[in-house]
Design a protein around this ligand. Structure first.
Ligand SMILES: [Mg+2]
Length: 230
């Protein structure tokens, strides 16, 4: 990365801490509750459809997920699901919200190093309260100059963020696990990006993409590899 980077944006979920696997675990428990209404693959597929159709109304995060779980249960059971089970589904979501997200290895070391040379920010999408709670629990707040909880992570959203930070696109580097949300929009905007894949990705975040410019895009195996690039 030869550019003069001033600000580094970090994605939070599955970049700084574990997140997506908790959704998969909740989905497993959800299926156990309603398995009399169909096979797992088709019920989880229906759940995905419901979630995606609700994004415009609810945005991202666990509360939105809970509403989609209930809607899916009503749909697949043809409204026969018991009120007690609806209560158990709500409980599953509440348990997920209350989990303390495990911080990924080397995150604190990397943030500590980079914060000496760059302004670090978090650019995360999701439910405001949800993300604020996770950040507070993480103990990582001290490393960041600014926290941006975005309703979505498209090029337009990043454009507004850079204007707000009063920096040019070539001064910004974004780091994250999602090609769709953390990398492609930034490259399109003219900025730089580093992709750190995580073992579990929500299907909605998967995307096909062509060749990306080598001068502005890197892919690394783990967060500590970043220290060799920057
Ligand atoms: Mg992420």
């Amino acid at each position: 990365m030869e550019r003069k980077i001033k600000v580094i944006g970090f994605d939070a979920d599955d970049t700084l801490w574990v997140n997506e696997p908790y959704y998969r675990e909740t989905e497993d428990s959800f299926y156990e509750l309603i398995n009399e209404y169909g096979d797992k693959e088709s019920i989880i597929q229906k759940l995905l459809e419901v979630e995606v159709s609700n994004i415009e109304l609810y945005g991202f995060g666990t509360k939105a997920f809970m509403l989609s779980l209930i809607e899916t249960a009503l749909f697949v059971s043809d409204y026969r699901i018991s009120q007690q089970k609806i209560g158990e589904i709500i409980k599953l979501g509440q348990v997920q919200i209350e989990r303390v997200n495990e911080i990924l290895p080397d995150v604190e070391k990397v943030l500590s190093e980079l914060s000496k040379k760059y302004r670090l920010i978090i650019a995360s999408k999701g439910d405001l309260l949800d993300q604020e709670r996770k950040l507070k629990n993480s103990g990582l707040l001290q490393y960041f100059h600014h926290i941006e909880i975005m309703s979505d992570k498209k090029m337009e959203n990043y454009k507004q963020l850079l204007a707000h930070l009063d920096i040019q696109h070539h001064e910004f580097l974004m780091i994250g696990n999602s090609m769709k949300s953390d990398i492609i929009p930034i490259i399109e905007l003219g900025g730089s990006a580093i992709h750190i894949p995580f073992h579990t990705t929500w299907i909605y975040e998967e995307i096909k993409f062509g060749n990306l410019p080598h001068s502005r895009f890197k892919k690394v195996k783990s967060i500590s590899d970043i220290l060799e690039i920057l």
